[in-house]
Design a protein around this ligand. Structure first.
Ligand code: ADP
Length: 583
């Protein structure tokens, strides 16, 4: 472990009790007997200093690395910005794997399938999540030339990946997460769509069907479309597009899985098409990547950028943080040790980073803007276009200092004369499942699930947790009481509580109070200014119909989203854990 001496005078991070529990249990470095060998301040200094140290490699850097380490430390411990979990866990350690997102190719041969399985195990062990497209595997019952037997098909191989994942607990911290993707024109598509219909089946996978433009056109025109076997490129049959779409909708209605991705749209935005097609995303869907590519993410906590004096966003401070965060994430690429040489090569070629946001709902609470309002959608576009523009400006500055990403001359930036950038992509919106607990803010761009809820802390102890902005507004109005908080915890929402004033009800809306269309419109507003994709769940009430889901999927397409995930309240499957919660 590299030990960069901690300077005196560093501020102690102010943590909530939950943040402290999560950090102690999962993030602090442990010795051979499982005892912590650093404290929380030490953890953040390890991360800030080891990432800042990369600065020394670049002669044109305007920073002394030790000064930069202090600046990074301040940015992280004030919770204005956090890098993804593997960076917090592994920066400055022997393992040193800092990226959350990976995509591995699965070729159509026994050797290649089991190579991918082994690579996935290595990645899971290091704290990363893996995405795979199984579209290149020959369909079940096709002939296997070398043995004369028959192939078992993508879904049965996925079960092996699922079992392996179950066994590899990641570095003792979190179980692995996978994304499994199949093209809609693969002959086994119906099996794939039904693959999670039984409870517990493929529990370590999120599934997404990759929809093509041709398929969408066929749904629109109520036509058939062709199924093509990938190994022979032969047409194997036809299906009615609307029937497949209906089945997709039905299964998503039953269990939330599969989601959909719009594959051609993802490839339309592929910044390096000469390196091949994008076939898959990472586990939670926000990061499309080329085979063997990895990406590290980081999230700006928007809740920290409210200026109470101006009752507005502190744009200047936000700009400073974006520029620093891009430098930080670019350094992470160099600081990270990847589990395979193919991955190191690809990552260094394109240098993708994914800067996103969390604390969006908390920012809206402070601005007193309801999540489900036109004003919120407008603000979402304004905030994300600012982050997109500034992150691109920062990447351009880094290109001048350090050179553009090596594949720049083969990229769309060169072709379209957009100028050299240091990174092939700069923006992604992650779910921030654990990061938002550490930073004590609302996750990603999601609304709150509940304004107050009972959290099980360790050893059967429970705690009523209240959103701080909600608590402070109630206190101002003289409405706060612990009893009321217990009442709100039972319901989550305040919409049916008569004695709460309308103006408070309007602003403090929760996931289930928000119409599904607004969930989706919010996703689309952020997607408009995001290079990669946006993690978002469209929450539906239990009473939602299959037609509602059909309409949501269609609207997602029309609004320019790259994919969509729905979750109907109380439907049978729990989602794959991407939150880093206890397994
Ligand atoms: P965090 O808050 O822990 O940094 P996110 O919830 O933002 O993570 O998820 C970001 C990405 O990190 C996911 O899309 C996935 O690629 C990876 N990831 C999240 N949880 C896990 C997990 N349990 N195992 C493996 N990878 C994970």
């Amino acid at each position: 472990m590299s030990k960069n001496k901690m300077p005196s005078g560093l501020k102690e991070p102010q943590l909530t009790r939950n943040a402290e529990i999560v950090l102690k249990k999962r993030y602090l470095r442990k010795g051979p007997n499982g005892e912590s060998i650093e404290d929380i301040k030490g953890l953040f200094w390890r991360v800030a200093s080891s990432v800042a140290k990369e600065e020394q490699k670049y002669e044109a850097s305007p920073y002394n690395w030790e000064e930069l380490a202090k600046i990074f430390y301040e940015m992280i411990t004030s919770f204005k910005f956090l890098p993804n979990s593997p960076t917090l866990m592994n920066a400055g350690t022997k393992l040193g794997q800092l990226a959350a997102c990976f995509v591995l190719p699965v070729e159509d041969s026994m050797e290649a399938i089991f190579d991918a399985l082994k690579y996935a195990a290595l990645i899971h062990k290091s704290g990363g999540g893996t995405g795979f497209s199984f579209s290149r595997l020959r369909p079940k019952n096709s002939r296997v030339g070398s043995t004369g037997g028959v192939a078992s098909g993508p879904v049965s191989f996925m079960k092996i990946f699922n079992t392996a994942t179950e066994q590899v607990k990641q570095g003792g911290t979190r179980r692995g997460a996978n994304m499994g993707i199949l093209r809609v024109d693969h002959p086994d598509i119906l099996d794939f769509i039904k693959a999670k219909e039984r409870d517990g089946e493929l529990n370590n996978f999120n599934l997404s069907v990759a929809l093509t433009e041709d398929f969408i056109q066929a749904v629109e025109k109520d036509e058939e479309y062709e199924l093509v076997s990938p190994h022979r490129k032969e047409v194997k049959g036809k299906l009615k597009a609307r029937e497949v779409f209906s089945l997709l909708v039905q299964k998503a209605w039953e269990s939330g899985d599969p989601g959909i991705i719009f594959l051609d749209r993802i490839n339309r935005d592929n910044p390096t098409p000469k390196q091949g097609e994008i076939e898959s995303t990472n586990p939670c869907g926000e990061q499309p990547l080329l085979p063997y590519e990895a990406c590290n993410l980081g999230s700006i906590n928007l809740a920290k950028f409210y200026d109470p004096k101006k009752q507005d966003i502190n744009w200047q401070e936000l700009k400073t943080t974006i520029h620093l965060a891009v430098r930080f994430l670019d350094n992470v690429i160099d600081a990270s040790k990847y589990p395979l040489p193919q991955i190191t090569e690809k990552v260094h070629l394109n240098r993708k980073i994914g800067l996103g946001v969390m604390g969006w709902a908390d920012l809206l609470f402070q601005l007193k803007v309801p999540y489900n309002s036109q004003q919120a959608l407008k603000l979402a576009e304004q905030v994300m276009s600012f982050i997109q523009t500034e992150s691109k400006a920062a990447s351009k500055c880094l290109a001048q200092e350090r050179g553009p990403f090596p594949a720049y001359k083969e990229s769309i930036y060169y072709e379209k004369k957009l100028g050299p950038y240091r990174n092939a992509t700069t923006t992604t919106i992650a779910p921030t499942g654990t990061l938002s607990i550490i930073a004590a803010c609302s996750s990603g761009i999601e609304p709150l699930f509940a304004l107050s809820f009972v959290r099980n802390v360790m050893d059967g102890e429970t705690l009523v947790e209240v959103n701080p902005y909600f608590e402070s507004v109630l206190k101002q109005k003289g409405l706060y009481s612990p009893k009321l908080m217990e009442e709100v915890a039972k319901k989550g929402s305040i919409q049916k509580l008569d004695f709460i004033p309308e103006e408070i009800k309007r602003v403090f809306v929760t996931a289930m109070d928000i119409e599904p269309e607004y969930h989706l419109k919010m996703q689309a507003a952020f997607q408009k200014y995001t290079d990669n994709a946006v993690s978002k769940t469209v929450n539906l009430p239990n009473s939602a119909t299959q037609e509602d889901i059909w309409n949501i999927y269609w609207l997602a397409y029309e609004l320019g989203c790259k994919g969509v995930t729905v979750y109907r309240d109380g439907c049978k499957n729990a989602q794959v854990l991407c939150t880093g919660k206890a397994d």
